[in-house]
Design a protein around this ligand. Sequence first.
Ligand code: SF4
Ligand code: SF4
Length: 388
Amino acid sequence: MAITKLLKNKALDIGFDLVGISPAGEFPENQYYKEWISNGYHAGMGYMEKNQERRKDVRKVVSGAKSVISCAVNYNTDMPYSTQLNDKNRGWISRYAWADDYHYRIKDMIGELGKYLEEVSESELNYRAYVDTGPVLERVYAKYAGIGWTGKNTCIINQEIGSWLFLSELITDIELDYDSPVADRCGNCTMCIDACPTDAIREPYILDSNRCISYLTIENKGEIPPEKREGVENNIFGCDICQDVCPWNRKAGTGDSDFLPRPGFFAPNPGELVVLDQEQFSKLFSKSPVKRAKRRGLLRNVLVAMGNSGNRDYIGNVSQCLYDEEPLVRSHAVWALWKLEGIECFDKLSEILSTETDSAVLNEIKRIFNLKQENKGSTNGKIEKTDN
Ligand code: SF4
Ligand code: SF4
């Protein structure tokens, strides 16, 4: 069909790296989503429970929908992977968040494609565009549009350019030529499952957000559960490990230079981030996906990374955070100080006990004091690393 060809050419002209089309409708994976939710794997993302019927079938999102045009942009750049960094004194911001928030740019691109479709079809179309938002299971449609297969790490992987893909889609009521899904090429590989530091990939293709560092450091707005903090390692916004180790990303193509890291975003020094006040945070992360974590969320993550670093040079900055205006920051500073100083931090913690009023911070201090009791006599004054 001529329109399909014109549309695909236009998508590439606009700047998408991949484009494919699937019929609108239900696929078996849409059913798995329901199971995933009922297992609680969406963690605190309550919004994912909503609109399940609409998510299952895009025809409930766009009436009369017949086609889903899936597009992908490769955001990889020629920069090292987190697994190559191996430096506990550097934080890690997920690759997708190095540059300006991609939503704006991709939204313009997919919007332009929608207008073009309207022009070439010479009819009044019903269509809607989505970029990582709305009630659309975009990975399912990307799979059936032949963009790539769903890897065991749950990312869409393209054989040629890997999995560093921003997805977006156009749902429309026009009939087009459809692509076929590509074969799953994970084979016997389990590298992503083996490398995940928090065992978040419970089994191939099933990711438990409760354990995933991306969830814990971005969508999670509260505390990072103590037993999960060591697993977060040096990740201060998201996590790339299960993509970094994927063999299909070894030769991942590179995308636009616009996706190169903004100054200071590649493996930042936690010591520089933990001192940011609100004004500095807003300025540094203006138009950046990192601002989603808000200052208190980012500092929470940075403190966990500092605690995990074992670097006692951070003690001064971490101690300052005991007096931060945000309780979330103060409670994680308590933990980080404990990790860096062990029982040496007790004088400082005792001092703030008399002035601290927030119950979460007080509970964290008490929890740390209790850890000491539990370990009394088991070490030479030092608390073993396994305590969290
Ligand atoms: S993003 Fe990180 S924590 Fe989440 S599944 Fe992948 S490796 Fe595990
Ligand atoms: S690391 Fe291996 S199992 Fe995991 S997504 Fe990549 S190819 Fe598949």
